[in-house]
Design a protein around this ligand. Structure first.
Ligand SMILES: C[S@@+](CC[C@H](N)C(=O)[O-])C[C@H]1O[C@@H](n2cnc3c(N)ncnc32)[C@H](O)[C@@H]1O
Length: 185
């Protein structure tokens, strides 16, 4: 895998990746900073692409065997399998967790880490995904999502979940914010 090769693949698939380049290491590290590496429950990754966030999860101490990654592009899925041995890569649609996770586990998950380009989908579909993911978390777990927009891809809804946003991670092209959704206690 090369930076140039990855960038070409992202540009070619822009319509579904929603990005012109893989996330940088600073953004990947920020994405996984809130994931507790201890415990036995699986961690669900949505849209691993070339595996940069998957690799950051492993570097944080999450055992590869605990990671279930859903990717619908077969080339990216193969790349993650090569780059991160032990990770369970499921080829399927992350917006249909019930169907796609039949090949793996329905949860509960310790955390859900998503790089999906949510803004390419209608608001109601984005929110349905976040609510579905939150319902699959163990207590204390969170749904973590990056976005290039200054606004959260799924807006605040205090009666349904808690939401925290990071500042812009400037060491990324383009800069991105990390949004953390948590179930209500
Ligand atoms: C912005 S890229 C992020 C890739 C990588 N995690 C990163 O941060 O560089 C989004 C990824 O989500 C995948 N993706 C988009 N829609 C998807 C869907 N409905 N189901 C599964 N994967 C999807 C794309 O193929 C792509 O790999």
């Amino acid at each position: 895998m090369s930076v140039i090769g990855d960038t070409i693949r992202y540009i070619r698939t822009w319509g579904t990746t929603g990005a012109v380049a893989p996330s940088g290491k600073a953004l990947a590290r920020r994405m996984v900073a809130g994931v507790d590496p201890r415990g036995a429950l699986p961690v669900l990754e949505l849209g691993p692409g070339n595996g940069v966030v998957t690799e950051a999860l492993i570097a944080r101490g999450v055992a590869p065997e605990r990671i279930v990654a859903i990717e619908f592009n077969p080339d990216f899925a193969a790349q993650v399998r090569r780059r991160c041995p032990g990770v369970r890569v499921v080829e399927g649609d992350a917006y249909d967790l019930a169907a796609t996770l039949r090949q793996a586990t329905p949860g509960p998950f310790a955390a859900v880490v998503s790089s999906l380009p949510l803004l390419l989908r209608p608001p109601e579909q984005r929110k349905a995904l976040v609510l579905d993911a939150l319902a699959r978390l163990t207590p204390g777990g969170s749904y973590i999502q990056f976005s290039y927009s200054p606004k959260p891809p799924v807006p605040e809804s205090p009666g349904e979940y808690r939401l925290d946003g990071s500042g812009f991670i400037l060491l990324n092209v383009p800069p991105a914010r990390v949004w953390t959704y948590r179930p209500l206690d």
